[in-house]
Write a protein that binds this ligand. Structure first.
Ligand code: HEC
Length: 196
C-alpha cells in the first residue's frame, strides 16, 4: 500500500487465537465491503409522504450498511434489514491493544426491547442531529451523527417516523465489549492510514 489508503480489516474469532501476537494484525484479514443494502419497505403507512421521504433518506445515508446483519461482511440478510449487526466495529486501536473495544450497531426497528420501540420520534431525531442518546449520553462517533448534524429537522423526523413504521424485529446485536476483553463476535476495524 504505497499510497494514502483505507483498509477494512476483520478479526477472525479473536477469542480462540493465542493471547500474544508479535504482528498486531496476525489475527486479522482484509475484507471487502458487501453490496449496497436497501432499506426495506415499511410495514405501516407506506403511502404517507413523510414515511416515503424517511425511507429515501435512510437509503441515501446508508444506515443499513452498518445496522444490518451481513452488511459489514458477508451477504446482507434482508429479513434482518436495520435490525442490528452481529459484526461489530472496533472503537479502540487493535495495533495498541490485543483486544480493542468493540461496538455492534443496534437494532433500529420498533421492537419494544430489542429495538427502538421505546424511543419517541424526537429521541431518534435528536440522536441523528446532535448525537445525544435518550438518556443524555453522547453516541459514539462511530455512529456518524456528525455527518447527519445538518439534516433539516423535518428530515430527521421523517427518518424517525419511517423507522417506527418498520416491522418490529426481535433480533439483538451483541452488547458493547470493553477494551481488554475478547469480543464475542467478529468485528471490523476501519481506517489504516499510511502517509506514503
Ligand atoms: C458507520 C456505521 C453506522 C452508520 C452508517 C449508521 N449508524 Fe447508527 N449506530 C452505529 C453504531 C456503532 C451505533 C451505537 C453507538 C453507541 O453505542 O454509542 C449506532 C447507534 C444508532 C442509534 C442509537 C440506537 C440505540 O439503541 O442506542 C440510532 C437511533 C441510529 N444509530 C440510527 C442510525 C440512522 C437512522 C442511520 C442513517 C441515517 C445510522 N444510524 C447510520 C453505526 C452506524
Amino acid at each position: 500500500m504505497r499510497r494514502l489508503g483505507l483498509c477494512l480489516l476483520a478479526a477472525v474469532f479473536p477469542a480462540v487465537l493465542p493471547a500474544l501476537a508479535a504482528d498486531p494484525f496476525e489475527d486479522f484479514e482484509p475484507v471487502e465491503n458487501a453490496l449496497v443494502v436497501a432499506a426495506p419497505a415499511p410495514a405501516r403507512d407506506g403511502d404517507d409522504p413523510v414515511v416515503q421521504r424517511g425511507r429515501y433518506l435512510v437509503n441515501l445515508l446508508g444506515c443499513a450498511s452498518c445496522h444490518t446483519d451481513g452488511a459489514l461482511i458477508g451477504a446482507p440478510e434482508e429479513a434482518r434489514a436495520l435490525a442490528g449487526s452481529q459484526v461489530g466495529i472496533a472503537i479502540s486501536d487493535p495495533m495498541r491493544v490485543r483486544y480493542p473495544a468493540v461496538v455492534y450497531p443496534p437494532n433500529l426497528t420498533p421492537h419494544p426491547t430489542a429495538g427502538l420501540g421505546n424511543w419517541s420520534e424526537e429521541d431518534i431525531a435528536r440522536l441523528l442531529r446532535e448525537g445525544m442518546s435518550r438518556h443524555g449520553g453522547r453516541a459514539l462517533p462511530v455512529m456518524p451523527w456528525q455527518s447527519y448534524a445538518r439534516l433539516a429537522e423535518e428530515d430527521a423526523v421523517a427518518i424517525a417516523r419511517y423507522l417506527q413504521r418498520l416491522a418490529p424485529n426481535p433480533h439483538r446485536a451483541p452488547a458493547q465489549v470493553p477494551e481488554g476483553e475478547p469480543a464475542s463476535a467478529p468485528y471490523v476495524h476501519v481506517g489504516l492510514y499510511q502517509r506514503r
